[in-house]
Ligand binder design. Structure first.
Ligand SMILES: [Cu+2]
Length: 302
């Protein structure tokens, strides 16, 4: 299920390991000295304290050394931060929307996808937002992570140096399907990318495909297609069937028809099937045609 994650040692790893070593040396050094002093200068062994008026060389060392050390650490942190925040002007701009529980990528030509295909050795800027709750876009192999926040625009850029497939995670707990909010970045050669991009762009706009939509919109994260119970009720054979729902806390029987499915997608909290938690997010990103396609697909799921 996971792609090959190629993770070479990069600058950020060197800096991280450097900081770790510095912190370890300080932790061990300070702790050992402290314990030694506690024992060596306890009142039992050392009843009479000496008065030391000062020690200029020592005071200079313990002021200058830590100052140089932390300023050095700040410098490397700042350089890394600046690189992360300064997007090259010629970067490929991609819009990324997080929603429970999928990532959607949109290319400059309007092409949408659930995995991100990009050319190798090309700067890519991701413009992040969220359609519902807080998510976080995380590519461990690239050492990059940024929050996707509803009503806010954030960004994140990278340049992949090698072709391959890299995992994308959501690293902000965002509900039941959080751990399944996975995607991939496929890094291909510029030629392969150009061909694919031109090909996808030239494709005639086809009618929305309900079977593909229930997967890409994230439905199958909670609703099985084979009758098994996961988070929500299975979608198998529901069309035309009677079901027991809670409407504003009042039980009632309804028949699953086109209106009910449409309502369940747009206002999932209205009529909640009894025995299931009312946690489904509204699928307001779906167009009317897409909802019709999903309804048509559910009719076939006998
Ligand atoms: Cu998430």
């Amino acid at each position: 299920m996971f792609g090959r994650s190629y993770t070479p040692i990069g600058m950020s790893d060197v800096i991280f390991l450097g900081f770790l070593v510095i912190c370890l040396v300080l932790l061990v050094g300070i702790t050992v000295t402290m314990v030694y002093f506690i024992i060596r200068y306890s009142r039992k062994r050392h009843p009479q304290a000496e008065q030391i008026p000062g020690n200029i060389p020592l005071e200079i060392i313990w002021t200058v050394l830590p100052t140089v050390l932390v300023l050095g650490m700040f410098y490397y942190g700042w350089v890394g931060f600046k690189t992360l925040r300064q997007v090259p002007g010629d970067a490929l701009q991609i819009s990324v929307t997080g929603r429970m529980w999928t990532w959607t990528f949109e290319y400059p030509n309007g092409l949408k996808a659930n995995t991100l295909k990009v050319p190798v050795k090309k700067a890519v800027n991701l413009n992040l937002t969220s359609a519902d709750v807080l998510h976080s876009f995380f590519v461990p192999a690239f050492r990059i992570k940024e929050d996707a926040v509803p009503g806010m625009k954030t960004y994140l850029w990278f340049q992949a140096e090698r072709e391959g497939t890299y995992d994308v995670f959501c690293s902000e707990y965002c509900g039941t399907g959080h751990s399944g909010m996975l995607s991939k970045i496929e890094v291909v050669s510029q030629d392969v990318f150009d061909q694919w991009y031109a090909g996808e762009t030239a494709k005639p706009v086809k009618a929305p495909d309900g079977a593909a939509l229930v997967v890409s919109a994230g439905c199958t994260g909670c609703h099985s297609l084979d009758g098994s119970r996961i988070v929500g009720p299975s979608l198998k054979g529901i069309f035309g069937e009677k079901t027991h729902v809670l409407t504003d806390g009042v039980e009632r029987d309804i028949v699953v028809d086109e209106d009910y499915i449409r309502r369940s997608l747009l206002e999932p909290g209205k009529d909640v099937v009894e025995g299931y938690p009312a946690i489904m997010p509204a699928q307001t990103q779906l167009s009317a045609e897409e909802i019709d396609a999903i309804i048509d697909y559910l009719k076939t799921l006998k």
